[in-house]
Design a protein around this ligand. Structure first.
Ligand code: ADP
Ligand code: GLC
Length: 482
């Protein structure tokens, strides 16, 4: 049995800004199911302390790091048996709002200090210096916020093994030399083979350079990030570490995302009662003021409105799309420019386009269930969870063939359909290719028997964590023996 300290800056339902939170909730659960001892380590953001208090919370340790008073509070991940340790440092985490940025949308001015302190606490626990009487065999770190942990542990004799998972290489955790000098890191870390990155400090380099093993969240992304187009300047380092890099496809929480039991839906359904899926669509059209009709294909989009998600491709082909007999429903938040552009289109075409800005978990479930087609034209996508949610809900995705989208969505010509066909795939990040894929999807939508076959293919695929959690376990076992 491994003892795993799973370190993350977000975990659903305590705090979520994106897919990392979903993974940080469901992978530890799957590892627990495999008989492993897993503890999640998370910053005690103000909103997290509030939510966790509903499940019971108690202080289990108190100590000092670099003159800072740290309290570790223990709770459980709501609805599970997974223990969560909250790192309570009020001056860094006791703020309202987003974990990474202030109310003005800019990164918190002291993010380097906040995640350095979090990493130092993780280091203490990893070395069993935190009065918790528990020492992990593996420290599993996720994304730049935890990148310093493998670097710090590399300085310690007999430290536990470390795994670093890249959920998104585009966020490299970059800070100035001034910021570096404000942290209590060895001067030797300011070196291009350590944390220095073209004149800045990169937190993610700590994970990439020092972890015993690097994983990322799909096999295709594991290859892509070794090339300059997707490598964000770190492809050379990842190529250098090639022997210790693996791509493991994320699973999804099949209880949380189950159209048969999802309490957010107007009407539950499964692949034998697909007729009931339409009731969700009609209810959503009505609620949003769209023309109510089962026959008009409804396209859905849920996600962060940022360049990564290909929002500009959607906008660039909008006029052509508006000439089709179809509807679009969008839920998201992000760059003001994208928010405004989408809002304007919805105002001009209220019976065809509905745009909701903001974050709404329940509405995301209803869009997944109500749409016929789900748009995911991401420019790059390490894994992507929404397309897997869509597949499970019989909502056929249109995806750009990158990263995890390429590994989960497959299109074959209608006359060559096999059980692998489950959506629509385009191969160049262009608005014309996206529009052509939308046209193919609408044409198949008009052939109900074929559409039904693709829906069944989509809903039959197993996206549970069972296999992927075993792959992580195999990596833990392997590095511990090294
Ligand atoms: P990423 O992590 O890059 O944002 P993923 O597809 O892996 O992309 O995960 C996104 C997660 O965040 C999904 O669970 C999705 O439903 C959710 N999500 C994104 N934006 C919103 C929103 N505005 N409201 C509700 N859920 C959202
Ligand atoms: C990141 C990626 C997304 C991935 C998620 C969970 O946010 O952008 O593709 O699904 O992490 O691993």
């Amino acid at each position: 049995m491994q003892k795993i300290l799973f370190v993350t800056s977000e975990v659903y339902p305590l705090i979520k800004t994106g897919g990392l939170a979903d993974v940080a909730a469901s992978l530890p659960r799957a590892l627990l199911k495999l008989g492993q001892d897993v503890k999640i380590l998370l910053p005690a953001y103000a909103s997290v302390l509030e939510k966790a208090s509903e499940c019971g919370i108690k202080e289990v340790s108190r100590f000092e790091i670099d003159g800072l008073s740290v309290s570790i509070k223990q709770t459980r991940l709501p609805g599970t048996r997974v223990t969560v340790w909250l790192v309570d440092i009020p001056e860094f985490f006791g703020r309202e709002g987003n974990p990474y940025c202030g109310p003005d949308g800019n990164d918190w001015y002291d993010n380097h200090k906040r995640f350095y302190a979090f990493s130092r606490v993780a280091e203490s626990i990893a070395l069993n210096h935190a009065n918790l009487d528990w020492q992990p065999t593996v420290v599993h770190c996720n994304d730049w916020q935890t990148g310093l942990i493998p670097a710090l542990l590399s300085l310690q004799p007999n430290h536990p093994a470390t795994v670093f998972t890249i959920h998104n290489l585009a966020y490299r955790g970059l800070f100035s030399y001034q910021a570096f000098s404000e942290l209590n890191l060895p001067a030797g870390f300011w070196h291009h083979e350590r944390l220095e990155f073209y004149g800045q400090m990169s937190f993610i380099k700590g994970g990439l350079g020092f972890a015993d093993f690097i994983t990322t969240v799909s096999p295709t992304y594991a290859q892509e990030i070794q090339r300059p187009e997707f490598g964000c300047g770190l492809d050379g380092l990842i190529r250098y570490r090639n022997d210790s890099v693996a791509g493991i496809l994320n699973g999804i929480d099949t209880d949380e995302w189950n159209p048969g039991t999802d309490s957010h839906l107007t009407c539950n359904y499964n692949r034998r009662t697909l007729g009931n899926k339409t009731k969700n669509k009609l209810a959503l059209q009505e609620e949003l003021g769209l023309t109510v009709s089962a026959d008009i294909p409804l396209l859905g989009f849920v996600g962060r409105l940022v360049d990564q998600k290909g929002v500009d491709l959607i906008l660039a082909q909008m006029n052509q799309l508006l000439n089709q007999d179809c509807q679009l429903v969008v839920l998201g938040s992000g760059f003001p420019y994208y928010e405004q552009a989408l809002k304007n289109i919805a105002e001009q075409h209220p019976s065809k386009v509905a745009v909701t800005l903001g974050y709404n978990e329940s509405f995301a479930h209803r869009i997944e269930a109500s749409s016929d087609i789900f748009l995911m034209p991401s420019i790059f996508e390490p894994c992507g969870l929404n397309q897997m949610y869509s597949l499970r809900y019989g909502t056929l995705p249109i995806v750009h063939a990158v990263g995890g989208l390429r590994d989960t969505v497959f299109e074959q010509a209608p006359d060559k359909l096999s059980e692998h066909s489950n959506g629509f795939v385009f191969h160049a990040a262009s608005a014309d290719e996206l529009f052509a894929a939308i046209q193919r999807a609408i044409s198949v939508f008009k052939q109900p028997a074929l559409w039904r076959q693709l829906q069944i293919n989509a809903m039959t695929k197993d996206f549970s964590w069972d296999n992927s959690a075993k792959e992580y376990l195999a990596i833990y076992d392997k590095i511990i023996l090294q």
